[in-house]
Design a protein around this ligand. Structure first.
Ligand code: FPP
Length: 255
């Protein structure tokens, strides 16, 4: 089968979706875009060149998700720990983010993509924050794929800010402590209103979660690959989805 449910994108780039079951797609896919640095090093290039190539891969993945009819795609673009990288690399990543949004927002918008951000964007450089806010505002009424970009994001930091806000409200008697349950707690996370990821993908051979969506991945399925992110294509994504569809999700129960 070569047909996608969702053919908004003008530029054709179809993958053979093979045995994919279009009725059993993951609603939410989360990706840790890892391996840009090693991809660049293998080629004798600066790390920033790896991130640039990573943006190209991102383009293909967004398109493929949109065409397949995936509802949410979360991308780990910059973590609360990534500030520890050399200043030049941090600057390069921020610049890339600004250029990417400036260049791509209109096409994303035309294709019904809604851009959402998770993380503390107040901590971003002023121009990056403004560009992000403009992209969110431009696409806020779109009803297609939601691209959730994690920027200055950390899973633990997210949980702590939720606890603080819940505590403030409890102190003001606006919230009954005994009534707090998982559903209420989730409403204080950056991902409020977004279902938990069904599938988490991490390329580049690393087998860890690196502080990404810690609360939300309680029952997610994981898919790892040795491919570095810049080499990751829609074909690999389709492969991950087909594998996911073979999993037996029991959520702690029995079938
Ligand atoms: C991890 O690779 C990747 C990142 C920290 C950044 C991911 C960012 C992009 C793909 C581009 C910027 C994003 C947007 C939305 C424009 P790494 O550097 O840790 O690779 P390594 O483990 O091989 O060193």
């Amino acid at each position: 089968m070569k047909i996608f449910k969702n053919l908004f994108w003008k530029q054709e780039n179809t993958y053979n979706v093979g045995n994919i079951d279009l009725e059993n797609l993951p609603v939410h896919i989360a990706i840790i875009m890892d391996g840009n640095g090693r991809w660049a090093k293998k080629r004798g290039l600066p790390r920033t060149a790896g991130h640039k190539a990573g943006v190209e891969a991102l383009r293909d993945i967004i398109r493929t998700c949109s065409r397949l009819g995936i509802k949410y795609l979360s991308l780990y673009a910059f973590s609360t720990e990534n500030w520890k990288r050399p200043q030049e690399e941090v600057n390069g990543l921020m610049q890339l983010l600004v250029l990417y949004l400036r260049k791509e927002v209109e096409e994303l918008h035309e294709n019904h993509v809604k851009i959402n951000v998770i993380g503390d964007i107040q901590g971003l450089p002023e121009n990056a924050r403004q560009e992000v806010e403009a992209a969110v505002a431009r696409t806020e009424n779109n009803d297609g794929l939601v691209v959730n970009i994690a920027l200055n994001y950390g899973g633990r930091a997210e949980i702590i800010q939720a606890v603080k806000e819940i505590s403030r409200r409890a102190k003001r008697n606006e919230l009954d402590i005994e009534a707090i349950d998982e559903e209420i707690f989730s409403k204080f996370l950056y991902t409020k209103g977004i279902p938990d990821p069904d599938l988490v993908i991490r390329p580049s051979g690393e087998l860890r979660i690196s502080n990404f969506l810690l609360w939300q991945i309680a029952y997610s399925e994981f898919w790892f690959s040795n491919i570095y992110w810049p080499d990751f294509t829609g074909k690999n994504l389709v492969e991950a989805i087909i594998d996911y569809q073979k999993r037996d999700r029991r959520y702690g129960g029995v079938k």
